[in-house]
Design a protein around this ligand. Structure first.
Ligand SMILES: Cc1ncc(COP(=O)(O)O)c(C=O)c1O
Length: 413
């Protein structure tokens, strides 16, 4: 979003006009930004055989998945339902990887039936897989390297006490099962966590997986997950993609040489590809002055964008796009309308907010809509994709029908 000719624009369209046309609260995604991020990642890893698998959980709208597919990005999913969305977006089952955590075995069977690659993350599941499929179905194993990295405790996934993956210290048990059932392991996977800033953390984990890989014959893929840190506010330290690309590519090439085969390197980023493409547009319902603070109460809450309340320190820049030219600024707490404390931002200095002004939240593409709910029986927002200079509605705002959809209005009461 850029301030051009006194208005905030996405691909030459005024965000305020989009808010007026489709109403608020509204998620708006810029397809051009997604393409730019894909290119950045491809560029950083131009020296290796790279495959990008978008972590669909970050933003599962089918139209966004289609943008990914159009641009040569495959898909990583964590549920059979995400898998269905991928198929609807036009992916072949074989282009979708299933990376579940602690699911029932029938979900794994569903993914295999769709032709998807499965990342197995538990010894008992590996055994069941061997018993069910023997060597007939290729699979990957998610390992846990016991490295603590990531923005906060909820999004760290590779440390000692993490529930994810099979611990590297259980290598002997893995190998025994692979041998016993002749399991066709074609790749190793790991995802360290989200919001990882330094190249060192990526390289450290990659080296653990590379060393581990030497115990397996016939590997084709190494999947290093996602977790690249994007900028949420000015001066944020972010993953230096060019640097990570250079260092990981060197380490990967050296590994391929010592392993004696040219493997493909996979990543499954969520935030990196879609965080910055998204804007969440809301309207200031009330401005409330009290003796110590001034609140802006918006027509949204933790039911639509839960990251600030869910993750310690999660920050979304907020801009008053209705009043960009004023020199008057004030400091506000921006809060939601939910019946508990749902503060989006404290002590935010914004261009003076008047009731009815539209406030835009930045970085709303990843884990925004997909984590929304109907809490307080409120409707989930609509979604719009700006594609080739036009704003397209890609999800309708919910209505009372959606709230009631599965309620059974019985007669016994
Ligand atoms: C297995 C796996 N891969 C990829 C991702 C994407 O992470 P990020 O959005 O930080 O890139 C996640 C996030 O939860 C994940 O669990």
């Amino acid at each position: 979003m850029e301030l051009i000719a006194n208005q905030y624009q996405v691909q030459n369209l005024s965000l305020l006009d989009i808010a007026q046309q489709f109403g608020t609260p509204l998620y708006v995604y810029d397809a051009a930004k997604i393409v730019q991020k894909i290119e950045e990642l491809k560029q950083a890893f131009a020296q290796v055989n790279l495959k990008i698998k978008f972590a669909g959980k970050a933003l599962t709208n089918v139209s966004v998945l289609k943008v990914m597919r159009q641009n040569g990005v495959e898909l990583d999913v964590v549920s059979p339902q995400e898998l269905q969305l991928g198929l609807l977006a036009g992916y072949e089952g074989s282009q979708i990887t299933f990376t579940p955590s602690g699911v029932s075995f029938d979900e794994i069977e569903t993914a295999v039936a769709a032709g998807s690659m499965v990342n197995l993350d538990n010894l008992s599941v590996l055994e069941k897989f061997g018993q069910r499929y023997g060597s007939s179905v290729p699979c990957m194993i998610r390992i846990k390297p016991n490295v603590a990295a990531g923005g906060n405790a909820k999004i760290m996934t590779a440390h000692d006490s993490s529930k994810f993956g099979i611990d590297v210290r259980q290598k002997a048990e893995i190998l025994q099962l692979v041998e016993q059932y002749q399991i066709n392991v074609v790749g190793l996977h790991q995802h360290t966590g989200s919001d990882i800033k330094t190249p060192e953390a990526f390289v450290q984990v990659a080296n653990i997986i590379f060393e581990f890989a030497h115990s397996f014959k016939g590997l084709k893929y190494i999947d290093l997950g996602g977790g690249f840190k994007v900028s949420y506010k000015k001066d944020d330290v972010v993953t230096n993609m060019a640097e990570v690309g250079k260092e990981l590519s060197n380490a990967f090439r050296a590994f391929c040489q010592s392993y004696g085969a040219q493997l493909q390197l996979w990543f499954e980023p969520g935030k990196f590809l879609v965080s910055e493409c998204g804007y969440f547009l809301t309207t200031a319902n009330v401005v409330k002055h009290n003796p110590t603070r001034t609140f802006v109460g918006i027509n949204s809450g933790l039911n639509h964008l839960i990251r600030p309340m869910m993750y310690d320190g999660a920050y979304h820049e907020i801009v008053n796009i209705s009043n960009p030219n004023t020199t008057e600024e004030e400091t506000y707490d921006v809060v939601g309308y939910i019946c508990e404390t749902d503060t989006f931002g404290t002590d935010r200095t914004l261009k003076k907010v008047r009731e009815g002004d539209v406030l835009a939240f930045k970085n709303a593409g990843a884990y925004g809509f997909t984590m929304s709910s109907q809490y307080n029986s409120r409707f989930r927002p609509a979604e719009v994709l700006v594609y080739q200079g036009k704003a397209h509605l890609i999800r309708q705002r919910e209505t009372m029908e959606d709230i009631l959809r599965n309620q059974v209005l019985t007669e016994f009461l």
